[in-house]
Design a protein around this ligand. Sequence first.
Ligand SMILES: CC(C)(COP(=O)(O)OP(=O)(O)OC[C@H]1O[C@@H](n2cnc3c(N)ncnc32)[C@H](O)[C@@H]1OP(=O)(O)O)[C@@H](O)C(=O)NCCC(=O)NCCS
Length: 227
Amino acid sequence: MADVWYVGVDQVPESLAVLLNGHDRARRRRIVREADRSRFLAAWVLARIVLGERLDRDPAALEFDRTCRHCGDRSHGKPVVGTAGAGLDFSVSHTGGLAVVAVSDRPVGVDVEDTTAGAQPPAAALTERERETCPGYAGFARLWTRKEAVLKAAGKGLAVHPGRIELRGTTLLALPEELGRPEDYALFDLPLPAPYVGALAVLGPGPSPSVRNGADRVGDAARVRPV
Ligand SMILES: CC(C)(COP(=O)(O)OP(=O)(O)OC[C@H]1O[C@@H](n2cnc3c(N)ncnc32)[C@H](O)[C@@H]1OP(=O)(O)O)[C@@H](O)C(=O)NCCC(=O)NCCS
């Protein structure tokens, strides 16, 4: 079972930066654009709140390991909760004005895109068959989130080229061997506020995820920890 939480970036006050630890703050300081710094704050405040609730821990005390499963570098891999989070996986995604966090007792990956972004799709991200069946940026964004969710569930990220995954809707038709077998994954589109689309991938069978707005949780945390 997976829980997905989302929050508007502008609903997370700066005062909640007190929840971040020294490592988070140092990462945030290195982010050049202010909009990206705000997205980072929203995503990691939400992640700490929902993980703290699930683990019955102080959100500010959680530690994360970011060792890359591809090259072993300790700074840029899929984050996992330290010893307090044994048996729990989570995934973070942020774009435009939205931050999303998925939590599950199975390996999980979430990805969101803004359908109004209209960026040029990365070369060869879609197979020829997929390009024919999903015209326009919104169609591309939908497919892209499904592929990236799978890559994030596997902990690989874009170290594996998304063009090596083939989909029909949320059904995986082909998967590179290093990601396992298509039938190992459950893939869901997420009901998110427009103009955002998102997808969730979970390793193993399971019911549809619950998808909730985390604004109340964030509001509660801001009241408990005033500046
Ligand atoms: C991580 C990645 C998938 C992000 O995609 P994106 O659409 O730009 O951003 P999203 O907002 O959806 O996701 C970002 C979050 O994914 C998480 N993440 C990072 N690496 C990840 C991985 N390998 N697997 C799953 N999640 C990962 C992080 O929590 C990150 O948030 P943060 O930077 O605030 O900590 C992509 O940038 C990537 O794969 N980068 C690494 C590429 C790589 O591994 N190269 C080879 C290294 S040896």
